[in-house]
Design a protein around this ligand. Structure first.
Ligand SMILES: [Zn+2]
Length: 344
């Protein structure tokens, strides 16, 4: 599946925060279990939130407003798309943003979500890097990927159907040449799991991933016993701490432990934040070797050093603040002398 979307050209509409991107085209190709292309979907949507086409959008995707004016309503087209998908589809896209924007648009226009919590999908851009790139984290454009593996360019890029078509072609090639990579599914967390029962737990063989239920804020998540437990990949049980939680960059937290049966394990958590300050936690658990433990120890020491320096700086700033206050008091005395008329 591929989407094209439009955005505000003025930034002044009240919907900007809730719907930064309004979907204007949905294109998709359906593959059966033999990876054959069996059906096509291509529909334009008339934008109603941002009725003017953002100049960069129209440059990139070559759609004109009069063409879009003949498009359907999002509510109708998205319903039609869901019917076309059938029950329990596995959506495949180039990169992570299409699933996010589809979920946001569905919520904004009050249509049923793909899933109320995280959506499982295949990020073909990620699978491409895992299959054909030296750097498995590399993300390249769809057209570059098409060129790299020699797929014939028989229709234009940057329209929803064309991009869905090339994404499907690349996916088919991965399915045939690297079927072992297909287990690396992705999860969109535009909406978090509501309850403990909805939490996601995925075992990728070499590591596991957990997406926790929603917490009311960061503080609540980071003080939750279950979240902060250091666990083993294989048995999932709490294990002995080797390195306590530390944050190398303020964005994620790391720790390590030792399982009597399975050895050294690294735990990493990332906080996914939502508009109302609520969060969910994404926890990755991975076995490591001694060398990995040492690297982690160095990182932890560096983080501790930074923390200490920051605290010192804060302390100094506080002290300076106090003298600053005194300075202001003196200043006010100057401005309002006790004997203002003496000089006269
Ligand atoms: Zn274990």
């Amino acid at each position: 599946m591929d989407l094209e979307w439009n955005q505000s050209s003025t930034g002044r509409e009240p919907e900007v925060a809730k719907l930064p991107f309004e979907i204007i085209e949905i294109g998709a190709i359906k593959l059966n279990s033999e990876y054959e292309m069996v059906s096509e979907f291509s529909e334009l949507i008339k934008p109603i939130v941002y009725p003017r086409l953002y100049h960069i959008t129209s440059k990139i995707i070559h759609i004109q407003m009069d063409e879009l004016a003949r498009g359907g309503r999002f509510t109708d087209i998205s319903d039609k798309f869901r019917d076309w998908c059938g029950d329990d589809p596995l959506i495949c896209t180039w990169g992570p943003s299409d699933v996010t924007e589809l979920q946001r648009n569905l919520r904004f226009f009050d249509r049923p979500l793909l899933n109320d919590g995280p959506v499982k999908y295949l990020d073909v851009q990620k699978l491409f890097a895992l299959s054909y790139d030296k750097d498995p984290h590399n993300r390249i454009s769809l057209e570059r990927a098409v060129d790299q593996i020699g797929i014939e360019k028989d229709i234009p890029f940057h329209r929803a159907f064309g991009d869905a078509y090339y994404t499907a072609k690349i996916l088919v090639k991965i399915c045939k040449e690297h079927p072992e990579k297909l287990k690396f599914v992705s999860y969109d967390v535009t909406f978090p799991p509501a309850t403990k029962e909805d939490e996601v737990f995925a075992d990728f063989g070499t590591y596991t991933k957990q997406i926790t239920r929603v917490f009311k804020d960061r503080e609540a998540a980071l003080t939750d016993k279950g979240v902060m437990q250091i666990v083993c990949t294989k048995c999932g049980k709490p294990i002995k701490k080797r390195i306590g939680w530390f944050s190398p960059n303020g964005k994620q937290f790391m720790a390590a432990g030792f399982c009597d049966v399975h050895g050294l394990v690294k735990n990493r958590i990332r906080i996914q934040k939502y508009d109302d300050d609520s969060v969910c936690v994404i926890k990755i658990v991975k076995p490591i070797e001694n060398e990995g433990l040492m690297r982690l120890q160095e990182k932890s020491a560096r983080a501790e050093e930074l923390r200490r320096k920051r605290k010192e700086a804060e302390k100094k700033a506080k002290e300076l603040g106090r003298t600053g206050e005194q300075g202001r008091v003196r200043g006010s005395e100057k401005r309002f002398p006790k004997e203002p008329f003496k000089k006269r």
